[in-house]
Design a protein around this ligand. Structure first.
Ligand SMILES: [Zn+2]
Length: 279
């Protein structure tokens, strides 16, 4: 079984190498150090690539200059006894105004060492309207929003923000996990959030979930299957899979509503890479 190096170790390595190299000018003008792509250096995404590269390269991803972001997932990540389920996949990249860099240091220059968390959301509106929103250029901070990946009602997995980039999915948020509260300040003008180490996945809401009722009719079997398939390709442990409602500090978020976590984890744990976490 392939194990990735800890994110902390990887960050340390990247930091050491980056210090010795010419980095993009943005690093020179900002107290924050963004994770950068340097020649012969893996990005975080490529380093965990056999887990977090869920789509084949196609003409569009290449034309966007992001072939490594959407490279073919290694067949070795899925053992022979894994479920046969394979979702349809699409790429619908967000406008770059709606996502940013994941940083190596916070606004005060302290190293950021958090492992990834997966954060589950729902769209409330349709998947298509969510994609239209993410592909709209948003110059104002307050309007910028995105998820990394969206799962449509028919189970189609839609890749929106490259995983090594920071999606704006959960402002003003804290992850209260086994290591205690985790959150990062990258801009002192805003409350801290988990976005720097979050992998945001959103489920398309059902038609009866368009409003703000407390519950709705829930998600399709294809959505649960695709979510399990997707997260089985990451090395994010079960106890770092959470919801927007759980991490939100504003008290206004309740998504994903009507999510059946037992049903989801039962599907996830069919994958050999996840069996060890069965309790
Ligand atoms: Zn949300």
């Amino acid at each position: 079984m392939v194990k990735k190096a800890s994110l902390a170790g990887l960050l340390g390595l990247l930091l050491v190498v980056v210090i010795g190299m010419t980095v993009r000018s943005v690093a020179a003008v900002s107290p924050l150090q963004p994770m950068v792509k340097a020649a012969a250096l893996p990005t975080i995404h490529e380093s965990v690539g056999q887990f977090l590269t869920p789509i084949r390269a196609d003409g569009r991803s290449v034309s966007f200059g992001l072939p490594t972001d959407f490279a073919v997932a290694s067949a070795s990540t899925v053992a022979q006894s894994a479920p046969n389920y394979v979702p349809r996949e699409e790429i619908a990249l967000a406008d770059p105004s709606n996502y940013g860099d994941r940083y190596l240091t916070d606004a005060y220059g302290r190293p950021i060492q958090n492992d990834f968390v997966a954060v589950l959301h729902e769209t409330v509106g349709s998947a298509r309207s969510a994609i239209n929103l993410f592909q709209t250029h948003h110059p104002r901070d307050a309007d910028q929003v995105s998820y990394h990946t969206l799962i449509a009602r028919d189970g189609t997995v839609i890749y929106i923000v490259p995983p090594e980039k920071r999606a704006y999915g959960a402002g003003n948020s804290v992850f209260n996990g086994p290591n205690g509260p985790e959150t990062v300040t990258t801009n002192p003008a805003f409350p801290p959030s988990i976005n720097n180490f979050a992998y945001h996945v959103s489920l398309e809401s059902p038609a009866d979930g368009r409003g703000n009722s407390r519950r709705h009719s829930g998600y399709t079997q294809a959505q649960y299957e695709s979510l399990a398939w997707l997260l089985a390709r990451t090395d994010i442990p079960d106890n770092r899979i959470t919801t927007h409602q759980s991490v939100d500090q504003s008290g206004s978020r309740m998504d994903p509503r009507s999510f059946d976590s037992q049903r989801f984890f039962a599907l996830l744990r069919r994958y050999p890479t996840r069996v060890a976490q069965r309790s």
